[in-house]
Design a protein around this ligand. Structure first.
Ligand code: NAD
Length: 369
């Protein structure tokens, strides 16, 4: 059978909704080679990153936006028109438990402020839908563990929005490290920061953000230290600096330097800040070579080089690759090179908890991940 016809038949069968013109176009411009199942995704939280993910998903061949969950009716209308989403696939924060009965939605991508991730994940899991949750997955490791347990009990998958885990240059560095091309890894440096604006935003609210720069951007260095070195840390030390206590209130960190120690003897030295721009760099040093990524976690293109020369893997919109890969993880149990599951997010939350404790006590905190 003509592959295009077969593809369109699959879509029509899989997505039981009339294809509005915008929706049909969304399928049209992507490759029609994919003939497997399509992951039907509802986005919860139609803010700036939700918008970016939705636009990137237009180019995904394996995941499609089929629903929305939002507290703002005017945004819902705009998204419905743009993505051809029918009324019956639109929910608000009060009624979204009803997705349980909606076959047009396989997974909910939670892209709301950090402080809401825990309760929203528990509700989505209870509705029997897979969860993709943005980073940081929770406010602390206790919440993160409850999310992992709830999704396991509900027999749904829990994935964390770690888009760098699918990025080509990042994966090349990981491949080289695994192949021994750097020799024994000895040192990682992670610099993660930007200068934050509006003091009234949720990112500066302890209740909604769970902290400050560490929760939002420093977590990239925490996560990066683990996948660049390929090992879990066994201790943490940390030092906090605050120059503007008006803007960065009690419990909202402005700048934290932290160090991680690993059983192999490798060490990591990282900076997390809301006060400095142009701070997006990873450096890995081994006995035989090095890798440097700068920018390392921004939306790209990521740039990098190793002792062997420039990294030349092509740039693809991160969230497009991420959604294609996450569809395969959810629908086909694909195993990825760097995991993105709830346990992976939980490890980062345990490290973040330890970093805060180390900064507050000036003590070295031992970790068991
Ligand atoms: P945002 O403020 O632009 O959007 C948040 C959305 O949540 C808004 O639509 C808002 O209306 C909605 N919302 C629902 N309940 C709310 C409440 N009680 N208070 C405030 N807003 C509420 O934020 P964002 O930049 O889209 O970030 C959302 C999440 O995505 C965060 O967890 C953030 O860390 C994550 N994020 C991840 C990346 C990445 O590259 N993976 C990038 C940016 C943000």
């Amino acid at each position: 059978m003509n592959s295009r016809r077969l593809f369109l038949q699959k879509i029509t069968a899989a997505v039981t909704l009339p294809l509005a013109p915008a929706f049909a176009n969304a399928f049209d411009h992507s490759s029609i080679a994919w003939q497997g199942p399509i992951l039907k995704v509802a986005i919860m939280g139609l803010g700036s990153y939700g918008t970016r993910v939705a636009e990137a998903m237009l180019a995904s061949t394996k995941a499609k936006l089929t629903g929305v969950i939002s507290g703002t009716p005017s945004k819902v209308k705009t998204w419905q028109a743009k993505y051809g989403i029918p009324e019956k696939n639109c929910y608000n924060y009060e009624n979204f438990d009803q997705i349980k009965n909606n076959p047009d939605i396989d997974a909910v991508y939670i892209i709301t402020p950090n402080g809401l991730h825990h309760s929203q994940t528990l509700r989505v899991a209870k509705a029997g839908k897979h969860v993709i949750c943005e980073k940081p997955m929770a406010l602390n490791a206790v919440e993160a563990q409850e999310m992992v347990t709830a999704c396991k009990q509900a027999n749904v998958k829990l994935l964390i929005g770690y888009r760098m885990h699918f990025e080509a240059k990042t994966l090349e560095v990981v491949r080289m490290r695994q192949a021994g091309e750097f020799g024994k890894p000895l040192f990682f440096q992670g610099l993660s920061g930007f200068r934050i604006g509006d003091p009234g935003q949720w990112r500066l609210s302890k209740k909604l953000a769970g902290g400050g720069a560490m929760m939002d951007i420093g977590i990239y260095s925490v996560n990066g230290a683990r996948y660049m070195l390929g090992e879990e840390p066994i201790w943490v030390t940390a030092q906090e600096t605050k120059t503007d206590p008006q803007k960065f209130k009690e419990g909202v960190d402005e700048t934290i330097q932290f160090q991680l120690g690993f059983a192999s003897g490798a060490i990591a030295s990282c900076l997390s800040t809301y006060t400095m721009n142009n701070l997006d760099k990873f450096f890995l040093n081994g006995e035989k070579g090095f890798a440097e990524l700068q920018p390392s976690t921004g939306y790209g293109p990521i740039q990098g080089r190793t002792h062997l020369g420039a990294l030349t893997q092509p740039h693809v919109t991160h969230q497009t690759t991420q959604m294609d890969e996450m569809a395969e993880i959810i629908l086909n149990n694909k195993k990825t090179i760097i995991p993105v599951d709830g346990e992976e997010g939980l490890k980062d939350m345990k490290i973040v908890d330890a970093i805060y404790l180390a900064a507050n006590t000036s003590k070295r905190i031992d970790l068991k991940l």
